[in-house]
Design a protein around this ligand. Structure first.
Ligand code: SIN
Ligand code: MN
Length: 200
């Protein structure tokens, strides 16, 4: 396991070994059985290409009226709790007593992508965001704390974990493409990304 920094993002290569990846995947199956993946609408009227769900007291949500955190799945039920196996990753890397209130679950099929954006719907940017990659590799683009300028890209592989915090907490980032067939973790392929966020 090695750690490197790109523009203030801390990339923990291979933090989760195969057994740990399977263990997280297993608990996520329980979460999405209760809170099925859905395809949010963007404020611009198009569907996001990524499918989403969440665990915790809040889930991130998007529709025609904008982006926000909500306490229920679109089906009206509260989000399931964040599994302890996932909280353990937060605890290991941040050492913070403060626990995340949202574990956003993003599923990318081969054609899905996510445009450059900041994570800025949270109340307090002193807390980091921790991002876990599972399944096929994703080309992760890292920009700047303000819009525009040069960017750098890194391939995130299954088991890699990124901490986006400190001066880089509001750095623009996105996912340009998924490398189909690059991992055998997910039987049907694709990529899962979890982001752990303190919301309040
Ligand atoms: C996100 O920014 O919410 C997801 C990042 C990723 O999929 O790696
Ligand atoms: Mn983000």
């Amino acid at each position: 396991m090695t750690v490197f920094r790109v523009r203030g993002f801390e990339i923990h290569k291979g933090l989760l070994n195969i057994a740990a990846q399977h263990a997280v995947l297993e608990v996520l199956r329980g979460v999405v059985a209760k809170a099925p993946l859905f395809q949010p609408d963007t404020p611009y009227g198009k569907k996001m290409s990524v499918r989403m769900s969440a665990a915790g007291s809040y889930g991130w949500f998007s529709d025609r009226t904008g982006y926000r955190y909500v306490t229920t799945h679109p089906d009206g039920q509260r989000w399931p709790p964040i599994p302890v196996e996932v909280l353990a990753i937060w605890n290991q890397l941040t050492g913070l007593a403060r626990q995340p209130e949202c574990c956003l679950i993003n599923y990318y099929d081969t054609d899905a992508r996510m445009g450059l954006h900041q994570d800025k719907d949270e109340a307090d940017f002193q807390w980091p965001v921790v991002s876990v990659s599972l399944g096929d590799e994703g080309l992760f683009r890292i920009g700047n704390p303000t819009r525009g300028g040069k960017t750098e890209s890194v391939w995130l592989q299954s088991g890699d974990v990124v901490v986006m915090g400190g001066a880089a907490r509001l750095t623009y980032h996105g996912v340009d493409r998924i490398r189909a067939g690059s991992s055998t973790l997910l039987p049907k392929g694709g990529r899962i990304n979890l982001t752990l966020r303190v919301v309040e």
